[in-house]
Design a binder for this molecule. Structure first.
Ligand code: MLT
Length: 206
């Protein structure tokens, strides 16, 4: 099981959606809490999870990589299953609705969030993926639940590969996900535009 921190919505947490917070490389379960609170103002449950892979024995991640942007697909598959199992267990113990989970992931966290979409295309109610890459190029998801997905890339981000992102968009769209992909004038870092887009997307879809 992964380490986590759960913060219940102020009212009726059992009925509210839950944001699954997935940090970038080197982060932990608290990393995205402030941004998530800013986005949801106590109306939504927040579940921050800590990746349990250590790079060089030190840096937290959700799955192993072999080099910059080169993923260990076997490990990614295994960690995705493990994360989904944790999510199911925590939903039972904390009493939130598993059918109302929206992933909010940045960078490495966006990539495992995307792997959930690919491996479990019926599970998430939606996903906001900041600075993502196509996680599992060989995994064509079965029919999805049609959940909305927001992807934000940085135009000058060294991890941003336009062809890879086109393939990602096509793969998600053909599974029935409702994809919105925005390319922002930024690098790998998050910007105010990522927040604004996420806020508008949440308001439109939830
Ligand atoms: C990844 O490993 O998921 C990406 O390369 C981004 C990152 O460095 O976390």
């Amino acid at each position: 099981p992964l380490k986590y921190r759960f913060i219940a919505a102020a009212e009726q947490p059992g009925q509210r959606p839950t944001l699954l917070l997935l940090h970038g490389t080197g982060g932990d379960e608290n990393d995205l809490l402030n941004l998530a609170e800013e986005l949801t103002e106590g109306h939504v449950n927040l579940l921050g999870v800590r990746g349990n892979v250590l790079e060089n024995g030190l840096t937290t991640r959700f799955f192993r990589r072999l080099g910059t942007g080169i993923f260990d697909y076997d490990d990614l598959r295994f960690r995705t299953d493990e994360l989904v199992e944790t999510l199911k267990n925590v939903s039972a113990s904390e009493g939130f609705d598993l059918s109302k989970v929206i992933a909010l992931g940045y960078s490495n966290g966006a990539n495992i969030g995307g792997a959930i979409l690919q491996k479990y295309p019926q599970l998430l109610a939606g996903a906001i993926l900041w600075r993502p890459m196509l996680p599992l190029p060989d995994e064509k998801p079965a029919t999805s639940n049609g959940a909305p997905v927001l992807l934000t890339s940085g135009q000058t981000d060294p991890y941003f590969q336009p062809a890879n992102m086109k393939a990602y968009e096509q793969l998600l769209t053909s599974a029935g996900f409702r994809v919105q992909h925005e390319i922002l004038p930024s690098s790998h870092n998050l910007t105010q535009q990522d927040m604004t887009l996420a806020r508008e997307w949440l308001k439109t879809n939830f």
